[in-house]
Design a protein around this ligand. Structure first.
Ligand code: SF4
Length: 345
């Protein structure tokens, strides 16, 4: 079995001279090439040995689907047949963003989320996490969606709760931000969590400039518990207090993600309850529920007038509010829609 490129350490006997390592790293992590054959600066024999013994991208593309807005969703198979999804999408200001997975499935059980319905299949390794970035960057350059030296953003909002796989995610962040590897600014990387408060400090201790998004969805404990079981462990008052403290220590504004669900969390008591978070630490991102083809789901999306009213009420209270427009919802590549159906189970 081939080893991951990450295991090609400095003292590996295959590499005769020290500078070869940086040649290989530049070719893979800065130019996003997925095989060794094109590293013309290396002796042919070395390239062949690398190709035989190491793998750059341990993902097998199973399918891809592109939406009208150019959002493209990929289904990948990993070595043990497990499958994950990753998405390339374009934000309002035309910035390219890679939405990547940190787990196959998820054990957090959020009721509005397709991934949550799968339960946890397994954690992804560091190599599987960064391979998604390599693949999506390679795809975006080859399809002229970005220029070879253009920056892109990364959001850990694909399948899984990144803080539930913290060791591998931190290892991946090391490679993503390190100058010898991807060298992506921390401010371009967002970790999205359902609110595993006890894992935030261990993350920020090592990566203080990483952006944080917390999936809130209600500031009323009884409601949040209904859709997000984690609220039993970390209730609203604790979330507000801990995140405010974290802001005081690290200074990074925190985005509160709020999936707006018709007649559930979009009324007056809901926007008033959000006052608990009235602090400069927070920015609220409103995500109207995705209306999939499912009839029942359609009823869960608030009308346009209700969405606008909710946003206006929050702005009047004094919040900074943004609205996430749907990206690729017709291909189920939007927030909470990523799902792998294990045919053998
Ligand atoms: S929203 Fe995130 S944390 Fe919740 S079940 Fe889905 S993937 Fe897991």
């Amino acid at each position: 079995m081939k080893l991951s490129i990450l295991e090609l350490q400095n003292n590996h006997p295959l590499i005769d001279k020290k500078f070869r390592h940086q040649q290989i790293r530049d070719f893979v992590f800065k130019k996003y090439n997925l095989d060794f054959t094109g590293i013309s600066t290396l002796p042919k024999k070395m390239r062949e040995r690398l190709e035989q013994e190491f793998v750059i991208c341990p993902l097998k593309e199973i399918s891809r689907i592109t939406a009208a807005d150019q959002t493209t969703k990929f289904l990948f198979q990993l070595g043990d047949q497990v499958q994950i999804e990753s998405v390339v999408l374009f934000t309002k200001n035309q910035q390219t963003t890679f939405c990547i997975s940190s787990q196959c499935g998820c054990r957090m059980g959020c009721q509005f989320c397709q991934t949550g319905k799968m339960g946890l299949v397994r954690n992804l390794t560091c190599s599987e996490i960064i391979a998604q970035v390599l693949f999506l960057a390679n795809f975006s350059i080859n399809n002229q969606l970005i220029q070879p030296d253009e920056h892109f953003n990364i959001v850990f909002m694909g399948m899984g709760e990144p803080l539930d796989n913290l060791l591998a995610v931190k290892e991946a962040l090391h490679y993503l931000t390190h100058p010898d590897f991807f060298h992506i600014a921390s401010s371009r990387i967002t970790i999205s969590t359902c609110g595993m408060l006890d894992q935030i400090e261990p993350l920020l201790k090592d990566f203080p400039k990483i952006k944080l998004a917390v999936s809130l969805n209600s500031a009323i404990d009884e409601k949040r518990e209904q859709i997000m079981p984690i609220n039993k462990k970390f209730p609203i008052k604790k979330i507000a207090a801990d995140l405010t403290k974290i802001y005081g220590k690290y200074g990074n504004r925190i985005t509160l993600e709020y999936v707006l669900i018709n007649d559930f969390n979009d009324g007056p008591e809901d926007w008033l309850a959000l006052k608990e978070f009235q602090h400069k630490a927070f920015h609220i991102n409103i995500i109207p529920f995705n209306d999939t083809n499912n009839l029942e789901s359609k009823k869960l999306r608030p009308s346009e007038s209700r969405i606008k009213r909710f946003i206006k009420e929050l702005e009047d209270i004094g919040f900074r509010v943004s609205r996430r427009y749907r990206r690729g919802s017709e291909i189920q590549a939007d927030c909470g829609q990523l799902y792998w159906k294990n045919k053998t189970s």
